[in-house]
Design a protein around this ligand. Structure first.
Ligand SMILES: Nc1ncnc2c1ncn2[C@@H]1O[C@H](COP(=O)(O)OP(=O)(O)OP(=O)(O)O)[C@@H](O)[C@H]1O
Ligand SMILES: Nc1nc2c(ncn2[C@@H]2O[C@H](COP(=O)(O)OP(=O)(O)O)[C@@H](O)[C@H]2O)c(=O)[nH]1
Length: 226
């Protein structure tokens, strides 16, 4: 069977993980698994993990590591025949250690975006909860304000995307993410990207992945759209 490709994208809230993950999925045919979207699916489906996770998310807390790792690894076990990009997981060192014991990662992308840029982006972020599709009134606005382009359903804003909520989230993110970033740097698979614009970062990520993703990924998986 052709070699599969496993990657993770790390970054603080608003750094562009979802935006870049969608471009990676479209350009390279990797499956994009977002922990936030997967949690929302489980919450909507009222699964046991979803019901439990909801109680933490509503308090603005992280979902406990053992719940998160069990949920994500069982989903990854269903994807063993696919190359994938994880977004939002692992978020803690404990999660990273469990993931590393189950899968060998090829690339970890870490986005390093200035605080003021994050604040500005999140102020204008609108989301279609059911699909996780992300919009921005300045960067990629929906065709009709407040309405998802595909479903026509209403868009929402995350309560904790407000600037005053963001500083605390960012401080917590930095504390929790640092050991994860250090771990993957020590493994020699970390690639850091810093800029204020996704469109300036994207060419570098795209060329990095072009060199790393096996050419025999298989036509079905490797759909080059540009
Ligand atoms: N890997 C994880 N470990 C623990 N909790 C998680 C994890 N991923 C998501 N969550 C929980 O789900 C919530 C929603 O996740 P999601 O990724 O959509 O948004 P976020 O992390 O708050 O911000 P952003 O998407 O802007 O980075 C998080 O705030 C957190 O409570
Ligand atoms: N102005 C601007 N907004 C961006 C850029 N990249 C992403 N965004 C928007 O910023 C917000 C955060 O991006 P998102 O991909 O959700 O980041 P995540 O929280 O790391 O997943 C969303 O509204 C995006 O549409 C950019 O380069 N410039």
């Amino acid at each position: 069977m052709s070699k599969l490709f496993r990657a993770v994208i790390l970054g603080p809230p608003g750094s562009g993980k979802g935006t870049i993950s969608e471009r990676v999925a479209n350009s390279f045919g990797l499956k994009h698994l977002s922990s936030g979207d997967f949690l929302r699916e489980n919450i909507a489906a009222k699964t046991e993990a979803g019901v439990l996770a909801k109680t933490y998310i509503e308090k603005g807390a992280l979902v406990p590591d053992h719940v998160m790792t069990r949920l994500m690894l069982s989903r990854l076990e269903e994807m063993t025949r696919h190359s994938w990009l994880l977004d939002g997981f692992p978020r803690t060192l404990a999660q990273a250690k469990v993931l590393n014991s189950a899968f060998e990662l090829d690339v970890v992308i870490s986005l390093n975006i200035p605080l003021e840029t994050l604040k500005e982006r999140l102020r204008h972020r609108w989301i279609h909860p059911a699909s996780g599709r992300v919009y921005n009134m300045c960067f990629n606005p929906p065709r009709v304000q407040g309405v998802d382009d595909i479903s026509g359903e209403p868009l929402i804003q995350h309560e904790d995307d407000r600037p005053e909520a963001l500083v605390a989230r960012l401080r917590h993110y930095k504390d929790v993410a640092k050991p994860v970033i250090d771990l993957y740097r020590a493994k020699g698979i970390l690639h850091m990207f810093s800029d204020t614009e996704t469109d300036r970062i994207w060419p570098y990520i795209s060329s990095l992945l072009s060199t790393k993703i096996p050419t025999d990924l298989g036509d079905a998986q490797r759909v080059r759209t540009h």
